[in-house]
Ligand binder design. Sequence first.
Ligand SMILES: *[C@@H]1O[C@H](CO)[C@@H](O)[C@H](O)[C@H]1NC(C)=O
Length: 535
Amino acid sequence: ALCLTCTSAAKEATKKTKKPKLYVPQIDCDVKAGKIINPEFIAKCPPGCQDVKYRVYGTDIYASFSSVCGAAIHSGIIDSSGGKILVQKVAGHSGYKGSFSNGIRSLSLPRWRESFIVSEGKPRKGVTYPPTLEYSSSKSSTVKSDCKVDLSFLIDGSWSIGKRRFQIQKQFLSDVSQALDIGIAGPLMGIIQYGDDPSTEFNLKTYANSRDLRNAIEKISQKGGLSNVGRALSFVNKNFFSDANGNRGGAPNVAIVMVDGWPTDKVEEASRLARESGINIFFVTIEAADENEKQNVIEPNFVDKAVCRTNGFYSINVPSWFSLHKVVQLLVKRVCDTDRLACSKTCLNSADIGFVIDGSSSVGTGNFRTLLQFVANISKEFEISDTDTRIGAVQYTYEQRLEFGFDKYSTKQDVLNAIKRINYWSGGTSTGEAINYASEHLFSKSKPNKRKIMILITDGRSYDDVRVPAMTAHQNGVIAYSIGIAWAAQDELEAIATDPDKEHSFFVDEFDNLYKFVSKIIQNICTEFNSQPRN
Ligand SMILES: *[C@@H]1O[C@H](CO)[C@@H](O)[C@H](O)[C@H]1NC(C)=O
């Protein structure tokens, strides 16, 4: 305890002598110049913006429809490791030329309404640069409708933070809640203050708008103690996201952890458990340990151990409490990017599952019912919503028909009802064509953060070739399971299934025994998910 007091005193002392730094707002690789309202700004790009998915249009002068950081690499101002850039908006024109430069291929574009140029990230004389960027998409009305998340803020109440910085932290919470525009149709927010032990200041359903929340934040008083972040994360995992506290289920769970300096306990294990139960953890670290202080940090690289490894998406480091307000927009943008909140996923809430169902004449009406029951019994085990697992289905004979796509239903009950309503078609068996059809009409519409799982059920040999369609599906990232009944051909089932076949291919002699495979299939889907590298 003695030692902890002196480190926190040391921490306090170094802070007071720190010089204020010129703060440059950060932007993500996917930010297009047109999304930023400021006509001229300096910003910092993260590493990794050379990816082709960040499209760039033009050469030297870029259409504002381009990724700012991608254009900066294309023009040679920064390389793939990121860095500071100066961006100036200029008039739109026609005939943007594409070219290959510095490892990036830019595209041509006939015309656009606005352009920009990128140069070295140094301020021009006499120009004041905005410390915060104004995004056109972060107007409250757009955020609210797009940003349905259940959010817990873990705020640092330890003694080391001091009164003044605690006040700044509260201001930050207020700013974030304002920018999010709290409301029951959009984001909801609760707050936990941690010190020696965590305690809930208020939960998700206590306040339903930003104004009430701001008044409540103003009244929070500092509790003091150590900075036991790990303990706080366990607390959030066990207590915060319960239905009784207003957890909505359909909205992703997010925990934003504010850390002054570094935690006084370990965070790795508690974070992992929280992530595994579906909580997306963000760390905002302020005034991190410098070289001299590093020896006091209990768990080196605690941020990397706590958050999911996706290129810094889940962590923000701010050099000084006095520049904290400059990351409000960045944090809000990331928290609201619900398509990317995927790292906390479990095998039950992370997939797009497409059933490909044989409706040929040999199945028969009675067996077709059993088959649909089988589809329903598998679906039932998953957590179904827009942001969790989604289900789609195709029925085939000689022909193919989309029964419903992934975006058609967003509750378990609706999906189960839709499965029940599938009408038996009757006809031939073109399994190869059916796989092609599923690739094109189901899986092409899968979201990038979902695992694509195909479950194909057939009772006979296919009239066409299944090998090429199956291989193409595998190459496109589809994990294929095949279930054969009665006259189904073993060689085809194995060709359809993802390797190893033993875990993806099943055979039963009669429809009445299908039920035996429900739990086995779920188990294999989860085993496969858990064996993938994750943080
Ligand atoms: C589906 O589940 C129900 C209820 O548990 C069970 O009675 C039925 O046999 C199952 N059918 C199949 C085909 O899995």
